[in-house]
Design a protein around this ligand. Structure first.
Ligand SMILES: NC(=O)C1=CN([C@@H]2O[C@H](COP(=O)(O)OP(=O)(O)OC[C@H]3O[C@@H](n4cnc5c(N)ncnc54)[C@H](O)[C@@H]3O)[C@@H](O)[C@H]2O)C=CC1
Ligand SMILES: CC(=O)C(=O)O
Ligand SMILES: [Mg+2]
Length: 540
């Protein structure tokens, strides 16, 4: 491990290449020792009371000394992930313009339209670029339009790529597009770091996005792009527009779909064993029908059809609820992305009460992707428990304060029977003399491995089969010990091992779909491929 000495210049990626292998005598204290220094950093981190202070400290450490930062991450994943990612990254994005210290990532603004290539060319490591997380800041977690403050989410996701899948730090590009913001509080804030105007028109954004994506793949030909936290309509629109042209996927639609299918599979096996209901006949109620809700619904439907259900049967197992209640045809005009799952078996007055909807749909699983804190009231949880011996309840909204219910409430009101996963972490609970563990149903389990597989296979596009392969691999990755503890997702400490397995499954799916451009990998056996993947992982 290298202890860095040079003063910060710009974009932490430069630090890795500029760091001197051996510090010059006299420029560090005589007894500075790398492994003790890591312990020192951890102690400094733990001495801070507020999580935002911990975030600022870690952010500084990452820029100063990426090696120590990622070593700490890997050795303390469960402790550090909630600081660099959800929930704390939510606060960091809200306060981004106030806690800002130094440049990190790349900003491409509407003012660069017509000239985007020259902005991209300013990135210091053009040849190294492999993965970019791109947001326009318009729907950061469940916190709404945060404009350029959304940069925090691109940075956070890429830190997990590096820690979780061993992507080389200098191969990552966090990008925030500045297309304006409709957040009036930010527009009035003298510290706000973005352009001070409302979001541009759809047409202007479309032209901008076409140029941006075209230039991205000219400037960085080996790149894969992850779209993150675009507002609902644009999330679907730009995934559709670019998915067959470039190596791009949308994390909120596809990454979330994959991770929740995976947790659902593990939960449904337990629930089916208790109820006798076949795995493929579960009914799922989505509270929240935006990019994440519909993304997960599509992934589940596809899974049910692969298991032998007809498309129509699978579609009928899914119920969507949005701000106006149950989504059904007779309700009136619906946006395109909601139409497919809109019910045709109900035509009465709008059904807006969640308890009534549960009574009507009799779901075996209830998923929250609504950003409505506490929407799963004790009555709702009890209604799920009354219909199911092991109810599946996943309050998935982020950050933690927007969760539809807490793990403690879910345990209490189901008398410990709940099969639970949330978007942000909750503490474990004691119930009836047992320790119960909450799952974290968050796309962080998927995107590092999916991205690693995609760049190693040098894919030309990211297919549904690759996303599905990542999901099934994750579902399968639990050890006997994890299953005996009742976990639905593997322990986060095993993320590198899991990412490698996911990458292998993704590469094989890419090869089957003929979208890979790395012939050498085709010749490898599965064990050779896995060794190759591990060998490619950057280690701090
Ligand atoms: N756990 C995970 O891995 C992920 C979690 N999420 C979280 O899911 C949440 C939603 O994200 P998106 O779908 O992208 O947002 P979105 O804005 O596209 O969708 C929100 C949905 O919730 C509905 N909704 C809002 N208020 C409601 C109410 N009072 N009653 C019923 N429905 C209501 C809206 O009508 C809309 O359908 C966010 O908090 C986000 O952080 C998103 C992606 C991944
Ligand atoms: C986890 C995630 O991608 C979200 O909450 O938007
Ligand atoms: Mg997201």
């Amino acid at each position: 491990m290298t202890i860095l000495l040079t003063p910060y210049r710009s974009n932490g990626i430069q630090k890795l290449s500029q760091s001197p292998a051996t510090p010059k005598p006299g420029l560090t204290p005589p007894a500075l020792n790398a492994s003790i220094h890591a312990q020192r950093c951890l102690k400094q981190l733990r001495s801070k009371d507020k999580s935002i202070e911990k975030y600022i400290y870690l952010s500084h450490l990452k820029n100063e000394d990426p090696s120590i930062f990622y070593k700490l991450c890997l050795e303390n994943m469960a402790e550090i992930t909630p600081i660099i990612y959800t929930p704390t990254v939510g606060d960091a994005c809200l306060q981004f313009s106030h806690i800002y210290r130094r440049p990190e990532g790349l900003y491409v603004s509407i003012k660069d339209k017509g000239n985007i290539r020259s902005v991209l060319n300013n990135w210091p490591k053009l040849d190294e670029a492999r993965i970019s997380v791109v947001t326009d800041g318009s729907r950061i977690l469940g916190l709404g339009d945060l404009g350029v403050n959304g940069m925090g989410i691109s940075i956070g996701k890429l830190s997990l790529y590096i820690a979780g899948a061993g992507i080389r730090p200098e191969s990552t590009i966090p990008i925030c597009l500045d297309l304006g913001t409709n957040n009036q509080k930010f527009l009035d804030d003298p510290f706000y770091l973005g352009n001070r105007h409302q979001r541009v028109s759809d047409k202007e954004m479309e032209e901008f996005m076409d140029e941006f994506m075209h230039e991205m793949f000219r400037a960085f030909p080996k790149l894969m792009v992850q779209f993150e936290d675009f507002s609902t309509d644009n999330a679907f629109k730009y995934l559709d527009r670019f998915r067959n042209k470039y190596a791009v996927f949308n994390d909120d639609i596809q990454g979330t779909g994959a991770v929740i299918l995976s947790g659902f599979l593990n939960a449904a096996k337990i629930a089916s064993a208790a109820s006798g209901r076949p795995l493929t006949s579960h009914r799922i109620l989505f509270f929240g029908a935006g990019s994440a809700g519909v993304g997960v619904a599509m992934q589940l439907q596809s899974f049910f059809t692969l298991q032998g259900r007809s498309i129509e049967e699978a579609r009928r197992q899914i119920y969507l609820v949005d701000l106006e209640g149950l989504v059904y045809n007779a309700r009136g005009r619906l946006p395109e992305y909601k139409k497919y799952f809109s019910r045709d078996d109900y035509s009465g007055p709008p059904m807006t009460n969640l308890l009534d909807i549960i009574d009507y749909a009799k779901p075996t699983a209830l998923f929250g992707l609504s950003t409505v804190t506490g929407a799963f009231t004790p009555e709702v949880i009890r209604a799920m428990a009354a219909n199911n011996p092991r109810p599946i309840i996943f309050p998935l909204s982020n950050p933690v304060r927007l969760s539809e219910c807490s793990f403690a409430d879910a345990v209490e009101h189901t008398h410990g029977a709940v099969l639970f996963a949330s978007g942000s972490p909750f503490p474990q609970q004691q119930y009836g003399g047992r320790t119960l563990y909450p799952g974290q149903g968050n796309n962080m389990y998927i995107f590092p491995g999916l991205g690693l597989g995609a760049i190693l296979a040098r894919v030309s596009s990211v297919t549904d089969s690759m996303v599905e392969a990542s999901s099934l691999e994750l579902a399968d990755s639990l050890t006997d010990e994890e299953r005996s503890l009742g976990l639905l997702y593997p322990k986060i400490e095993r993320i590198r091992e899991i990412s490698a397995d996911i990458a292998k499954a993704v590469i094989r799916a890419a090869q089957n779909a003929d979208v890979d451009r790395s012939n050498d990998l085709r010749k490898m056996s599965d064990s050779e491929l896995l060794r190759f993947i591990h060998g490619k992982m950057w280690k701090p």
